[in-house]
Design a protein around this ligand. Structure first.
Ligand code: DP6
Length: 340
């Protein structure tokens, strides 16, 4: 195998969260989802990753947020091996990655993390892969990462091929198509106790309602796709809240049941419903953690952020608009926390 020396690339990818949720796998080894999903990509939450191919290294080195991280290194190893093989390269890599938000707390760090990794590797290895192929590679690392390849609105396809080559995400619309704003109420920055992967497997194995969830998904995807295309906020609010609550209801029906909400989560959901009834354009969604994501019509996020900051137990309220897809950055110093 050819050995490339000290070739380096730096990429950024933004976190995304789903409006129609992914929860469940049809194949664990290839990480193929049992359901499609629709997401928005967030401008303010990102991972920056630098990959340096270094012929002097005996092993790959992985550093996350300034520290060597053995768990994360194991998780990225498969992606690294796969992409090196595609490039016909054996050189070991030093990977330095930073999140500008808490890791593993239900804020989609694995999504931006794997999207940034495959994008940086694509540049460092000179692969020049199409976005769908990057999405496929990101998906093998983490299902939600397949969507962070794109900005704005993206749809993940469940796919039907056994090799997973059609289980990839596609862009639906650019961020400026409908510049929704997001306020995220953070009530607990710790890592969640049961990760999404384990939670999904337990749910599929033990919930009596799992098949019904899978069968209903195509209808919700159609509703959300149409609502977005028509910029119909009420319709998008209905389907998004329904999908989030169905996912959590399903997770709660696993044995033992999965409880991602805390008391503050519940209070935020009530607050958001009350705001909507008073005429403010806002709806909620929640992932595998207690943070509440409020999606707002342009111009409505200030009021929503103020109301969420007032809820007992809310520490911070993060704000974001819709962001761009993953891309390589001009070469420079190691990833810092400067603007993406
Ligand atoms: C609740 O993508 O983290 O955020 O594929 O096992 O890595 P793995 O799971 P992951 O799950 C995300 C689940 C979710 C819903 C969503 O993002 O669609």
């Amino acid at each position: 195998m050819e050995r490339k020396r000290n070739q380096s690339a730096h990429a950024v990818a933004h976190a995304n969260f789903a409006l129609v949720k992914y929860w469940g796998k049809r194949d664990v080894a290839l990480n193929l989802p049992d359901v499609g999903s629709i997401s928005i990509t967030l401008e303010a939450l990102w991972t920056k990753t630098r990959v340096t191919l270094d012929a002097t290294l005996a092993d790959d080195v992985f550093e996350l947020d300034g520290r060597a991280d053995a768990d994360a290194a194991r998780r990225v190893n498969g992606t690294l091996e796969r992409m090196r093989k595609m490039a016909g390269v054996a050189t070991r890599a030093r990977i330095v990655s930073r999140n500008n938000f808490p890791t593993g707390a239900g804020l989609a760090s694995s999504a931006s993390g794997f999207a940034a990794l495959v994008t940086a590797l694509d540049c460092a290895l000179d692969l020049g892969l199409a976005p769908e192929r990057l999405s496929e590679l990101a998906r093998i690392g983490s299902g939600s990462a397949a969507r962070s390849i794109y900005g704005g609105f993206a749809e993940m396809h469940k796919g039907t091929r056994p090799d997973g080559s059609d289980s990839v995400a596609y862009a639906l619309h650019e961020p400026d198509f409908w510049p929704l704003e997001v306020a995220i109420a953070v009530s607990d920055r710790r890592r969640k106790s049961v990760g999404s992967t384990e939670g999904m497997l337990r749910t599929a194995r033990t919930s009596p309602f799992y098949r019904a969830w899978v069968e209903n998904q195509a209808a919700d995807l159609d509703l959300a796709r149409c609502a977005i295309a028509q910029r119909d906020f009420e319709a998008l609010a209905d389907v998004s809240e329904a999908s989030a609550l169905a996912m959590h209801g399903l997770a709660m029906s696993a044995r033992p049941g999965l409880l991602y909400f805390n008391a503050t989560t519940m209070e935020c959901l009530h607050r958001i419903r009350a705001l909507r009834e008073s005429g403010i354009g806002v709806f909620f969604t929640v992932d595998a953690g207690p943070q509440v994501k409020a999606v707002c019509l342009p111009g409505h996020a200030d009021k929503v952020a103020d109301a969420l900051a007032d809820v007992a137990g809310v520490g911070d309220v993060l704000r974001s608009g819709l962001g761009r897809g993953a891309h390589c950055l001009p070469s420079g110093p190691a990833p810092d926390l400067g603007p993406a």
